[in-house]
Write a protein that binds this ligand. Structure first.
Ligand SMILES: CC(=O)SCCNC(=O)CCNC(=O)[C@H](O)C(C)(C)COP(=O)(O)OP(=O)(O)OC[C@H]1O[C@@H](n2cnc3c(N)ncnc32)[C@H](O)[C@@H]1OP(=O)(O)O
Ligand SMILES: CC(C)C(=O)C(=O)O
Length: 519
């Protein structure tokens, strides 16, 4: 495959190296779905598996090849005729196909793993690539453990592979050992020293053992590599491979510094990431670049304020460019400020005046201090509660209740502000709710009111969820419902009861004006 001087070939190995992650095995149907998505994304080469590894691998590479249209389908094979033939038999069904063959070139691998002399390795490169070329046009050769290989020997191996017909030369950082500057120099050295290098495309295949897989790959591109091997979500052996989404978005976002193109439709990145995560069961860490759930989320007030004024203040790419349609996420939490809170309220349909906004904001901050996640429903409950309480005559100022085992009766201590006056009491009850409600009735006499309903439900999930309590009171044929929300169920209960009491007072006022103030 040839490429324009600035076109970077994206070679996805999620189905081969990605599947080598312990626990990431995929079945045929799952591999077909991923391959279809990769092709739709515009991946140039899909490494679909290692056909000699098993009947299952052979079948999946063959089936993927049969369905492929535009992507080249590739299989991996050791430097042996058996592997290469099996690989060919699987990939040959694809209209565009490639054989990828490899052998180790580092002193350590040659001596201990292959137990071969360097000259014998060079001979194997020649014979394996020649055999592969007798089967297909497009042969890729990899120098396994390339980054720990002696430079002179690496040049000799690369020259041999190209002379035998390889048109892509891959220099893997098999153990994730190199660093960007060193890798740059290695690619640059090959470009300058290997006499027939212009007949091949240099490829990178970086592992992430030091967290440098993407940085190393980009460094190699800057040195002249024009194929990057990568995987969705950075899946792969040990710490994984370079993440496709990070490579693609880095090239797209920093075109000013790295003027290279890929053929990837980046809008499909999120879909591919979620699919691979769901199929493998490997969840994506929340702070993972590009595809983590927090990659476009903003929690702190200063950032949220900046985002509301201009998204470019804190986002270097748009969520839409990676296929997130819910736009940037302003997540309210304890670090949020008034601007973001007000914006969230208007998105939820609330327009509060300055005073009400300040009161609601204070309650929101208190809630965020107590609660890990503040959801929209929490805010709705909080604001409804706040709005409801404006103009209430009876307000809670203090409440404490004892409860637990081996306590005969529970004691509630309560202070209420009624029309501006503070009143206090202590009451005993059969359980904390009973004690609390008795305390209210001692301060606010309600001789004819009956409790018809007391209901608690959690607004959101988790043990720190807000409780929303509904209390229904009936007095002489008039029924009112009171609501209260708080992370403390007892406080929510008292607030709900008081809300109902306040509504009853309003009904009394309407019915008998002479009763105003008769508390
Ligand atoms: C860095 C990488 O990602 S490399 C790819 C890793 N992927 C895989 O290993 C895919 C899954 N592998 C398998 O299913 C099996 O290992 C097989 C089918 C490939 C081979 O299985 P076996 O024949 O039982 O051999 P085993 O895996 O135990 O040992 C590997 C053999 O291949 C040899 N070998 C390793 N790499 C190469 C190579 N590139 N070219 C030729 N021979 C190689 C080893 O020296 C060893 O040979 P030996 O048996 O003479 O000592
Ligand atoms: C065989 C090559 C491409 C590889 O996977 C590696 O070296 O990590």
């Amino acid at each position: 495959m040839t490429t324009d001087s600035n076109r970077v070939i994206i070679f996805d190995t999620t189905l081969r190296d990605g599947e080598q992650s312990p626990g990431a095995s995929m079945n045929l149907e799952e591999k077909l779905r991923i391959a279809e998505t990769l092709e739709e994304m515009g991946v140039d080469v899909i490494e679909a598996g290692f056909p000699i590894a098993s009947e299952g691998d052979f079948e999946s590479v063959s089936e993927i090849a049969k369905r492929a249209k535009n992507s080249s389908i590739c299989g991996l094979s050791r430097a042996s005729q058996g592997d290469i033939q099996r690989c060919f038999d699987a990939v040959k069904h694809a209209p565009i196909h490639r054989i990828h063959t490899f052998i180790s070139t580092s002193p350590l691998h040659m001596k201990y793993k292959l137990q071969m002399e360097p000259d014998a390795v060079v001979e194997k490169i020649k014979s394996s690539v020649t055999f592969a070329r007798s089967l297909v046009e497009d042969v890729e050769w990899s120098a396994e453990d390339g980054t720990r290989t002696d430079p002179d020997f690496l040049c000799r191996c690369v020259e041999t592979a190209i002379a035998a017909g390889a048109r892509t030369i891959n220099i893997p950082d098999t153990v994730g050992y190199t660093v960007p500057e060193e890798y740059y120099k290695m690619i640059d050295m090959l470009m300058n020293r290997v006499p027939n290098i212009d007949q091949a495309i240099i490829s990178t295949h970086c592992h992430n053992d030091l967290g440098l897989a993407v940085a190393n790959s980009l460094s190699a591109v800057q040195a002249g590599a024009r194929q990057v091997e990568c995987t969705i979500n950075g899946l792969g052996e040990r710490a994984g491979n370079a993440a496709l989404e990070e490579i693609v978005m880095a090239l797209r976002t920093r075109k000013d510094f790295m003027p290279y193109e890929t053929g990837i439709k980046s809008e499909l990145i999120t879909r591919a990431s979620r699919m691979v995560s769901a199929i493998t069961g490997f969840s994506v860490q929340p702070n993972k670049a590009i595809v983590g759930k927090n990659a476009f989320a903003h929690e702190s007030g200063i950032h949220q304020d900046g985002m509301l004024k201009h998204a470019g203040t804190y986002e270097i790419m748009t969520p839409e460019s990676v296929g997130l349609d819910n736009a940037n996420k302003i997540v309210l939490g304890k670090h949020s400020g008034r601007h973001a809170f007000k914006d969230k309220l208007s998105a939820l349909g609330y327009e509060l005046g300055d005073n009400a906004l300040n009161d609601a904001f204070k309650r929101f901050k208190d809630l965020a201090d107590q609660k890990k996640d503040v959801y929209d429903d929490d805010i709705i409950a909080l604001v409804d509660d706040e709005v409801m309480r404006v103009n209430e005559r009876v307000k809670l100022t203090h409440f404490q209740v004892t409860c637990g085992t081996h306590v005969k009766s529970q004691i509630a201590a309560l202070s209420l502000e009624i029309d501006g006056d503070e009143r206090k009491t202590i009451a005993e009850g059969d359980g904390p709710v009973d004690a609390a409600f008795k305390a209210i009735k001692e301060i606010v006499p309600l001789p004819n009111a009956h409790l018809e309903l007391y209901q608690v439900h959690a607004v959101t999930q988790g043990t720190d969820a807000q409780a929303e309590v509904t209390v229904r009171l009936e007095e002489e044929g008039k029924t009112v419902n009171g609501r209260g929300a708080d992370t403390d169920t007892m406080v929510a209960s008292v607030n709900a009861y008081l809300n109902a009491v306040n509504k009853l007072l309003v009904k009394r006022e309407k019915g008998k004006p002479e009763d105003v103030g008769s508390i």
